[in-house]
Each structure stands twice: as structure tokens, then as C-alpha cells.
Design a binder for this molecule. Structure first.
Ligand code: HEM
Length: 174
């Protein structure tokens, strides 16, 4: 807890002493990038663990991972995505980048794509996995097949986020 507070204080001090960016812009930037690192990094780690679990002979490994991924996705990544979006919008209001720039449009579309994927596909599919686990058993072929489907879609989802990171960092065609 106190380590987190110390890091937050340092972030604020850095932001308000930035020679590169205006104070508020720098603060929103710290929030935007830090939370994006948590979100995208967390998703990437789950992807790697998913690939490992798929290669493992132990079906329990993939079932446990699917449970964690569903919890993390809804409870942590969804709010994290919201914070990244809000901090991004705050920076856009605080500056004159302009909303029509290619890299901004890609960021907004990327965010929309990941939100829709989460709400319309990943969440309902996670519920289906929970139901199948109850009715057929956690290690039944139907359950494992549904989990593999989720992991595959989640892989595309994280790919979109990585493209947005590359887009934000390089700001192409702008
Ligand atoms: C899909 C989720 C997003 C991710 C993962 C993401 C990630 C990032 C990263 C890593 C940077 C740092 C770039 C650098 O330092 O070179 C950044 C900067 C930025 N992002 Fe995002 N971003 C996302 C969505 C958005 C959205 C939707 C907006 C606009 C509403 C936005 C606006 C900005 C702005 C204004 C900057 C600062 C640009 C600068 O000062 O150079 N981002 N973003």
C-alpha cells in the first residue's frame, strides 16, 4: 500500500515538473500509459499462460486459467480500459492534436473493438464455459473446446491492443 502511494506521489511530482508536457497533460499521460501497461501487459501474460496451458497434458491447468482470465477481464481489464479511454480523452481535450488524426482514430476504433469483443463475445462465452463446467464437468471435451475458443478470441483481442500501442507510440500517417 505504502509502496503504491510512494509511486503515485513520484508520478505526480514528475508530471508537474515535466519540461516536455504541460502539467495536466503530463499527469493524464502518466495515468494513460501506466494503466495501459497494466491492461496490455496483463492480457499478454494471460495469452502466454494460455499457450502454455494448451500444450500441457493437465486439463485442470487450462480450466483454472480460463477462470482467472474471466475474472481478470471483467473486474480488472474492463475498468482499466475505461480509465485508459478517459485519460486519452482528457489529453485530447487538453491539447490540439485534433480528433481526425489517423493514430487517434485507430485508438478509438481499437478501444471500441475490444469493448464490443469483451461484452458481446468473451463475457457470454465465459458464462457458457461456467455452465458447461457445471453440467458436463470441467474437463469434459465440450468445456475444453469452449475454453480454447475463448483463448483464441482473446488472442485476437490482445493483438488489437498491441497494434494500438504501436500506433500510439509511432503516430503513423499523421
Ligand atoms: C486501446 C487502448 C489504448 C492503448 C493501449 C493506448 C496506449 C498508449 C501508449 C502506450 C501511449 C504512449 C505513447 C508514447 O509515449 O509514445 C499513448 C499515448 C497517448 N494516447 Fe493512447 N492508448 C489507447 C487508447 C487511446 C485513445 C482511445 C485515445 C484518445 C481518445 C488515446 C490518446 C492518447 C494520447 C493523446 C497520447 C499521448 C500522445 C503524446 O503525447 O505523444 N489513446 N497511448
Amino acid at each position: 500500500m505504502s509502496i503504491g502511494a510512494a509511486v503515485a506521489i513520484l508520478g505526480i511530482v514528475f508530471a508537474f515538473d515535466s519540461a516536455w508536457y504541460s502539467h495536466w497533460y503530463a499527469l493524464f499521460r502518466v495515468v494513460h500509459v501506466t494503466v495501459a501497461v497494466f491492461w496490455v501487459g496483463g492480457g499478454l501474460l494471460l495469452t502466454v499462460l494460455g499457450l502454455k496451458a494448451e500444450r500441457s497434458d493437465d486439463p485442470d491447468e487450462i480450466v483454472t486459467l480460463a477462470r482467472w482470465a474471466a475474472w481478470v477481464g471483467e473486474r480488472l481489464f474492463a475498468p482499466a480500459g475505461g480509465i485508459v479511454l478517459l485519460a486519452g480523452i482528457a489529453m485530447m481535450i487538453d491539447t490540439d492534436w485534433g480528433w481526425g488524426k489517423f493514430w487517434v482514430v485507430v485508438g478509438l476504433l481499437g478501444y471500441a473493438a475490444t469493448m464490443v469483443t469483451g461484452m458481446a463475445i468473451l463475457s457470454p462465452q465465459a458464462k457458457r464455459v461456467a455452465e458447461l463446467s457445471e453440467s458436463k464437468g470441467t474437463t469434459a471435451p465440450e468445456t475444453i473446446a469452449a475454453i480454447r475458443k475463448i483463448l483464441l478470441i482473446a488472442r485476437f483481442d490482445i493483438a488489437v491492443l498491441l497494434v494500438v500501442v504501436a500506433d500510439m507510440v509511432t503516430k503513423p500517417f499523421s
